[in-house]
Structure formats: C-alpha cells, structure tokens
Design a protein around this ligand. Structure first.
Ligand code: FE
Length: 233
C-alpha cells in the first residue's frame, strides 16, 4: 500500500476553536467538511489528545475559522504547533467571541462557521464531531487556503497529532545529499530553513545562509528561536 496516496485527497485549512467555561482554545485542522445543507451540518475530525478535543467534548460547541492564502505562517504555527495547555493561543491574536462562546479568528481568515455538536463518532485516535451550523459569516473576498497550498507554497508541515501526519513526511528522508547543504530543521515543528528560498514572511531574501539570519529571527511556523534548529546531515 502506498500511504502517500492519502495525500491526494484535497482539504482546506482551518483554525478550529472551542471553549470550556471561561477558557478558550483553538488548533489547526484540515478535516472539516459540509455534510448536509438542510439543516446545515458540518463534520470535524479532531485528535483525542488535543486540548480542543477536550473543550469540544465538554462544551458541545465549536467554531471553524477559514484560513486565507495570505495567512501568516506564524498564525498557523501558533495554533498548529503550540499547546493550549502551555500558552493562551489567542493572546495577541485578533478575534471576537461568537454566539457559541468560541473565539472567531479575524486575522488571516476569510470567514467563520459556528456549530453545536449533534452527534459524535469514535474513530480510534480521533473523534468525528457532527455540528449543526448556528452562524456563519464571510469576512472578505480573499482566497481560502488549501492544504496543498500550505504544503507546497508555504512549506508547511503536519503536526504529529494531525490525521494526515506521515512519518515518511520527515524532510530529512525526502531530501537528497546535495539539497541538504546549508539546510536547518526546526526541532519543534519540523520546518526546514532553505537558504535558496529564504523566509519571505520575515523579509529574509533567498540566498541568505542560516548563519546570516538575524539573532532574533524565529521559526516562521512555530516561533522557536534559532538555537532550536539543527543542521540536516
Ligand atoms: Fe518551528
């Protein structure tokens, strides 16, 4: 079986949020889809280990903020590669509280959908939540991010708890010897700094070696500092 065939399935990319009493949290997810139009329902797959899973299971509500192609990698890294048990992921982020009490992300997004959980399916490592849509709004005319765009254009990686995560995805195994020269990998999120590409989000021009990066440069995905990077050998 070629497990990479699963990567040929198309997805979007979303910030899924929820609440637990006064607390709020969110995470990146690609497994969101509309199921029915009358009434409007959506399905959402979430890893049981994630804090957002705990919040949705208890509060029975969630919101889906639809990422824009223009979303900064730092926004995706903040919600995708950090843990809500350690930090307040919404701190410093432009958001408002929706009808469900879940935060709706207003930066790097094109719109949002809020839902109440009406059914739950146990899928082993993940739970499939079925939500009845109670509110939805379009914020602008920008193009929504697709999962393929995130991987191919933005150079994004999948966190280990993502349903689409494959061990084979680790970049060091995909690169040949000549491509590895001068490349550094973030030990937190797996992002690879490639001098040939630079880091457009931080105005780092192509051709800039890792050593030439400013000391205060941080991983564009997870925000880790330079010393969290290791040379790929
Ligand atoms: Fe990182």
């Amino acid at each position: 079986m070629n497990a990479k065939t699963m990567h040929k399935i198309s997805y979007g990319l979303y910030i899924v949020t929820s609440k637990q009493e006064e607390k709020i949290n969110g995470q990146i997810a690609n497994t969101v889809m509309q199921i029915t139009s009358e009434p409007k329902t959506i399905a959402l797959g979430i890893n049981k280990k994630n804090l957002t899973h705990e919040y949705i299971s208890e509060s029975k509500v969630f919101a889906v903020s639809i990422l824009s192609k223009e979303a900064e990698m730092k926004l995706i890294g903040n919600f995708g590669f950090k843990c809500g048990r350690d930090i307040d992921k919404c701190k410093g982020i432009d958001y408002k509280i929706g009808l469900t009490g879940s935060p709706l992300i207003l930066e790097g997004t094109v719109g949002y959908i809020e839902a109440e959980v009406i059914d739950i399916f146990d899928c082993g490592t993940h739970t499939l939540f079925i939500g009845k849509v109670i509110d939805a709004e379009i914020l602008n005319d920008k193009e929504p991010m697709t999962y393929a765009y995130y991987h191919e254009i933005k150079g994004g990686k999948s966190p280990k708890n993502a349903p689409t995560y494959l061990k084979e995805e680790e970049p060091s195994k995909e690169l040949d010897e000549t491509q590895k020269i001068g490349k550094y990998e973030c030990t937190v999120c797996g992002y690879v700094y490639d001098p040939k590409k630079g880091d457009p989000d931080s105005d780092i021009k192509p051709g800039t070696s890792f050593d030439e990066l400013p000391d205060d440069w941080t991983c564009p995905i997870c925000g880790a500092k330079k010393d969290a990077f290791k040379k790929i050998e």
